[in-house]
Ligand binder design. Structure first.
Ligand SMILES: [Fe+2]
Length: 293
């Protein structure tokens, strides 16, 4: 499977679209008075869908699958009494498939037959695609288990803070943070190379925004990162060079990924604004609140 897009409900989709197409660098992929779609330079019709609503919510996280993969999920869900809804996408690219909820209420949408678009050249500062979405989980292990058992995903690594999960050879396309509550942690956009990440930091600096964390290079996945708190409330990340892993990748444990003193990434040059990130990581909740929160 392949992570394609995230769909968000929020009070001011126009303002969010202005930021994401302006300083952040995405392209306009159409919409109407209540919706905006934003694309990267790659072959997906859009990466972020913004929909006007009273409250900020994650509407869905969308993965592309083939018909066989969706049928396999349907069967596993039926065996385990997990509710699945049939859907036809009205978003750019269309496609049809199913939605199901993770244990914490986040809606995962699996689409087959969704259209692709021609990649655009000449936009070196535009994200190519989404590389991962991280969700805060009440129980990250249970959520990761669900992703493995139900969606056929695989856990790549575990750290003290997160469970990293892959759906193809990219080290992680989704991760679940051991937060104790359910919400969007952040959305990561894949840039073409490290220069594009650095130029992105420069563009945001031009408008007075500094990274909430970064630049740095992570442990699991080894991707370069810079996190910002977007004006519309979500944490967004410029990222690049995430590790490609094989079927035989050994799942790392928290002990494998402990840092020496004064390090929370491979480079050790950046500070992390824990307070601001902690607040922003609670803004976008899920439609269904978990029972045990
Ligand atoms: Fe990330």
């Amino acid at each position: 499977m392949e992570l394609r897009s995230i769909e968000l409900d929020l009070p001011d989709p126009d303002g969010a679209a202005r930021f994401l197409t302006g300083t952040w660098g995405l392209g306009d992929a159409g919409g109407d008075t209540d919706s905006s779609y934003l694309r990267g330079s790659g072959d997906q019709p859009y990466l972020v869908g913004l929909h006007r609503a009273d409250h900020p919510l994650v509407r869905s996280v969308t993965f592309l699958a083939n018909a066989e993969e969706i049928e396999a999920v349907r069967l596993r869900a039926a065996q385990r009494d997990v509710a699945v809804a049939e859907v036809s996408s009205a978003d750019p690219g269309a496609g049809a498939g199913i939605t199901l909820s993770l244990p914490d209420g986040a809606v995962i949408r699996l689409l087959a037959g969704a259209g692709r678009v021609a990649p655009v050249a000449g936009f070196p500062d535009r994200a190519v695609r989404l590389t991962h979405v991280v969700l805060n989980a009440v129980d990250a292990e249970a959520t990761a288990r669900f992703a493995e058992d139900m969606l056929g995903f695989r856990v790549s690594d575990r750290t003290k803070g997160m469970v990293f999960v892959r759906c193809n050879s990219s080290h992680h396309s989704i991760a679940f943070a051991r937060a104790g509550f359910a919400s969007l942690n952040h959305i990561a956009f894949e840039m073409a190379d490290m220069d594009a990440v650095m130029r992105g930091i420069g563009r945001l600096r031009d408008v007075g925004m500094v990274p909430a964390w970064g630049p740095g290079r992570h442990g699991p996945g080894a991707n370069v990162f810079a996190y910002f708190i977007a004006p519309f409330g979500a944490v967004v990340e410029f990222s690049t060079a995430v590790e490609v892993v094989g079927e035989d990748y050994r799942t790392g444990t928290p002990e494998d990924w402990s840092w020496p003193p004064n390090r929370i990434d491979q480079w050790g040059i950046s500070g992390k604004d824990m307070a601001a990130l902690g607040e922003a990581e609670r803004v976008f909740r899920f439609r269904r609140r978990p029972n045990n929160e």
